[in-house]
Write a new protein. Structure first.
Length: 183
């Protein structure tokens, strides 16, 4: 397994703003630990962040949010990228749609994506679906993703496990895998 750690939408809008998950702040420590662990073991850390233009389609559903160059699309202070980390701005739910992510992952030799972030049932799920179709193995870190509600969270984890063949692991299980030499 050659993983990359994906941090999905851990931005001001979804952690502290109007569209925040009630559990968003509680997953920050697990994500922070995974980031530190990944960097220590030479595993790529990649941020995927909503960064919308004023006419993007999902704004018709959710209203204006995470607009490009706005403070609400900034990564939260606790999870700021490091020098070797990559940041992809996205205009849709999926981190793969029109971002070039799949090509970069292949260039890096990655075959497995480890998903963390917000919202389990929206952007994490859509990123997982596209990862599946791009033929990447999928790991979802159950205590490092959050949704609007516990039922949304549970539904999405179950869907990704059953329909996409994702492994659903805890952050400590993933940290062990990173430490065990999975690069």
């Amino acid at each position: 397994m050659r993983p990359a750690l994906l941090i999905i939408d851990m931005i001001e809008e979804f952690v502290h703003g109007r569209l925040k998950s009630p559990s968003a702040e509680s997953i920050i420590p697990a994500i922070r630990t995974l980031i530190d662990n990944a960097r220590k073991h030479g595993i790529h850390v990649i941020y995927l962040i909503d960064s919308h233009l004023p006419f993007d389609r999902e704004l018709s559903i959710w209203g204006p949010h995470a607009l490009v160059h706005g403070e609400e699309s900034e990564i939260v202070e606790e999870l700021q990228p490091g020098g070797k980390d990559l940041v992809f701005r996205k205009r849709s739910y999926s981190g793969f749609r029109e971002t070039g992510l799949a090509s970069v992952l292949r260039d890096l030799g990655v075959d497995t994506v480890v998903l963390t972030g917000i919202h389990t049932h929206i952007c994490v799920l859509h990123t997982a679906i596209d990862a599946y179709y791009e033929r990447f193995n999928i790991i979802v870190v159950s205590d490092a993703v959050a949704a609007f509600s516990e039922s949304d969270h549970a539904y999405a984890l179950d869907y990704m496990r059953k329909v996409l063949g994702a492994k659903v692991l805890t952050s400590s299980e993933v940290a062990e895998a990173f430490a065990g030499g999975y690069k």
